[in-house]
Design a protein around this ligand. Structure first.
Ligand code: HEM
Length: 458
């Protein structure tokens, strides 16, 4: 036995015999593993499953437990004993940037927010969103020219900003103000360094970067408040997310503040992750012309949307494209880490976790376990042939449990449609500069530029 027996949240007794999780080697006095995490975060994390299902890292005084097996991750995310809550440095950082919305608030407030926002993401609304996304893709890619070199991330951030705004606010057309909204997203992304995740207090310092973000945040909040007033006034379902966030019975509805927080989360969280995943997908296709041609071969299916078919029917006709998306979300998962905090002494499997400890979840670690995904460093969309990623053990790009990404179906569809749309008309050729994964708050393809070529050369 290791120490005194502990009591779980809700009075359940913990087993008497619990192990202390192994500590990762290489920690230094005072700073612990901070230096190693800053130097090579992916390398540090990928080595941990060899040590155990739960492994301790140290950043200063608070212990951090990294969850390395799918069972342990499911336990923390599904949280059957209510022993974990949103918290830890990832969420402290997020809260200090975007406030206390659905994604960041404690679980006690989360259930109600989630219930009220969920109808906006119902499967029955996906066909409408698919049409909106399709129209944005048409407009956006119509400005591309053969031979043009794309600075991929800014381009795709622009595209994701447009499609997200259009799925959120169908009531109106966007004019020049889209540049201001895009700036707010860019300023948000500037905040997403690993250092800020470890030391969220940095967001409160009076630096030029923080002031710039607060200015664009204020502009975004003003815009959202005006929209909330307009949506509440007309009360019409415009087939978008905002109509659903603002239409509930008087006595059971999201307050203006809650709608603003939810909209901020969707804008800032959804845009970044979607753009990064699209960028990784285009990078992968540019590396493999045969796969690229195969994906283009099924892309004509997107025209079915114009013929009145549903989003589900179109998705059915894009099996390989869906495989590419599932594989991108595995190998280059945007949300490579996020955290929880233990609210009581508890256990993960046979490992003792003390109250207040931080728990670090890393889909990246799980997605690179060779026992779950053979040859994990190979990009192989065919590993998803006939297999539903959403039912695959250890595939957790959207998390799991009550806080699983509310936009997962929309995001998966958006990624599939945009890939089909782009490959149908364009071949993307790699540029010589090396592309490397850069883990910040999300996993970025650093240095990615691609050259556009017509799919059918004249
Ligand atoms: C590839 C794209 C995306 C990825 C990889 C992704 C990933 C995630 C993950 C891992 C979480 C759960 C974090 C946790 O449990 O701590 C999450 C939550 C969330 N995501 Fe996404 N997301 C994506 C796109 C989107 C989109 C498009 C939207 C909205 C339109 C969205 C809205 C949200 C919201 C509101 C939450 C908080 C849910 C809750 O706490 O109940 N996400 N996302």
């Amino acid at each position: 036995m290791d120490g005194a027996p502990m009591t779980l949240a809700e009075g359940k007794k913990l087993p008497e015999h619990l192990d202390t999780p192994p500590r990762a080697p290489g920690g230094r006095p005072l700073v612990g593993h901070m230096k190693a995490l800053l130097a090579d975060p992916l390398g540090l994390l990928a080595a941990l499953p060899h040590l155990g299902d739960v492994v301790e890292l140290r950043f200063g005084r608070t212990p951090t437990y990294v969850v390395c097996s799918p069972e342990a991750a499911q336990h923390v995310l599904r949280n059957p004993d209510h022993a974990f809550d949103k918290g830890g440095t990832f969420y402290e950082n997020m809260r200090s940037i975007i406030g206390d919305g659905m994604a960041t608030c404690p679980l006690a407030q989360h259930k109600r927010l989630r219930r009220l926002a969920q109808p906006a993401f119902a499967t029955s609304r996906m066909t409408g969103y698919a049409r909106t996304i399709q129209a944005q893709l048409d407009a956006f890619t119509s400005t591309w020219r053969p031979g043009q070199t794309l600075d991929v991330l800014p381009q795709l951030r622009s595209l994701a900003t447009r499609t997200t705004l259009a799925t959120m606010f169908r009531r109106r057309e966007f004019g020049p103000e889209i540049a201001g909204l895009r700036q707010a997203v860019t300023d948000f992304i500037d905040h997403q360094t690993i250092l800020r995740m470890i030391a969220p207090g940095l967001n409160r310092l009076p630096t030029a970067r923080n002031r710039r973000y607060r200015k664009s945040e204020a502009r975004l909040l003003r815009f959202l408040q005006e929209e909330i007033i307009a949506y509440r006034r007309d009360g019409i379902d415009h087939g978008d997310l905002m109509s659903m966030f603002t239409t509930h019975p008087e006595d059971d509805r999201l307050s203006d503040q809650e709608v603003r927080d939810t909209a901020m989360t969707v804008l800032l969280g959804g845009i970044t992750t979607t753009a990064l995943s699209q960028a990784w997908a285009l990078h992968q296709l540019s590396q493999d012309p045969a796969l690229d041609a195969e994906v283009a071969g099924e892309a004509h299916a997107i025209t079915l949307l114009d013929q009145g078919r549903s989003a589900a029917e179109v998705m059915d006709q894009l099996p390989l494209t869906r495989g590419v998306v599932a594989e991108v979300l595995r190998r280059r998962v945007a949300s490579w880490i996020f955290t929880r905090v233990a609210v009581a002494d508890t256990a993960i499997g046979s490992c003792r976790i003390p109250a207040s400890a931080q728990v670090l979840l890393s889909p990246y670690v799980l997605h690179h376990r060779p026992d779950l995904f053979p040859s994990p460093d190979n990009f192989d969309p065919h590993r998803w042939d006939g297999r539903d990623p959403h039912r695959t053990k250890g595939w957790l790009p959207f998390g799991a449990g009550e806080s699983k990404c509310i936009g997962y179906e929309l995001a998966f569809m958006d990624l599939t449609l945009s890939l089909a749309h782009i490959t149908r008309s364009w071949r993307l050729q790699p540029c010589p500069a090396p592309v490397r994964p850069r883990p910040r708050m999300h996993l970025e393809p650093h240095g990615l530029t691609l050259r556009l070529a017509d799919r059918s050369p004249h």
